[in-house]
Design a protein around this ligand. Structure first.
Ligand code: KIV
Length: 273
């Protein structure tokens, strides 16, 4: 496929992502939280798997991403890492494990890397978390930034609405993106911001940007797996393209199973010993 240069690499690294960005090959990233689905994503040759703290929502049923713990993230990340050969695996640092205390941030990042075997961590924010980012980077751990709508700050924002629609906030976001690049982040997620703001940021930094609800100019795209597969049903923001309607298929399959059990149609003679 034209513009699909890195499909056959054995392992996607942060260097490969930079080369993709430089050579205008878009980066495809999805979330995963468990072994079985991560294996399928890797077989499909996804470039980056994000073990997102959205696990708090889609795996655990919490309303926000705040409750998920470091131990829980490490559990999800280890399951994903065991499945993956090719994709770069990035793990979200959960709320409360890096803000405010850079020593604790380093300790949390080291735990993620040592105990899960992941390739990199992601954390939300710009200037306000610079000490944590710099300390983690000093330990040789690659860091992905995250700006725009940062769900761990939902209690400050009070809404999941589009960010950076006003010039002042857009300028601040650009300033933070330039800082993240300067600190040494290998990539920056831009969540739910106007497409023209994401384009300006993407053109202003030399590292890859990965958008979610940020238009098509970013160096790559990310979606939450359960949303794009249609496993989740209520969440329907404008930016979400559903590639499947798995919830209906699962409900239909489970309904068929229930019927077969009730009618003693399952198991049949070939399905027993
Ligand atoms: O946790 C997550 O899934 C994320 C993506 C939405 C970027 O941070």
């Amino acid at each position: 496929m034209e513009g699909y240069l890195y499909r056959d690499v054995n392992k996607v690294t942060t260097n490969i992502l930079q080369r993709m960005r430089n050579e205008n090959e878009k980066i495809a990233m999805l979330t995963a939280y468990d072994y079985s689905l991560a294996k399928l994503l890797d077989m499909a040759k996804i470039d980056v798997i994000l073990v997102g703290d959205s696990a708090a929502n889609v795996m655990a049923g919490h309303k926000t991403t705040l409750p998920i713990t470091l131990d829980e993230m490490i559990y999800h990340a280890s399951s994903v890492v065991r499945a993956v050969e090719r994709a770069l695996v990035v793990v979200d640092m959960p709320f409360g494990t890096y803000q405010g205390n850079s020593k604790e941030a380093l300790h949390s990042a080291i735990r993620i890397m040592k105990e899960s075997g992941a390739d990199a961590v992601k954390l939300e924010g710009g200037e306000e978390v610079h000490e944590s980012i710099e300390r983690i980077l000093c330990a040789g751990i690659p860091v992905m930034g995250h700006l725009g709508l940062t769900p761990q700050s939902i209690n400050k924002f009070g809404t999941y609405a589009v960010r950076a629609t006003e010039e002042e906030e857009a300028e601040k976001l650009l300033h933070n993106a330039l800082l993240l690049e300067k600190y040494g982040c290998f990539s920056i997620v831009l969540e739910k911001i106007p497409a023209d703001v994401a384009k300006k940021v993407t053109e202003s930094v030399s590292v890859p940007t990965i958008g979610i609800g940020a238009g098509s100019a970013t160096s790559g795209q990310v979606l939450v797996l359960h949303d794009m597969l249609g496993i989740t049903r209520q969440f329907s923001p404008r930016f979400l393209r559903r590639y499947h309607n798995l919830s209906e298929e699962i409900i239909r399959a489970v309904g068929n199973y229930i019927e077969d059990v009730k009618n003693v149609d399952f198991p049949n003679e070939k399905e027993q010993y």
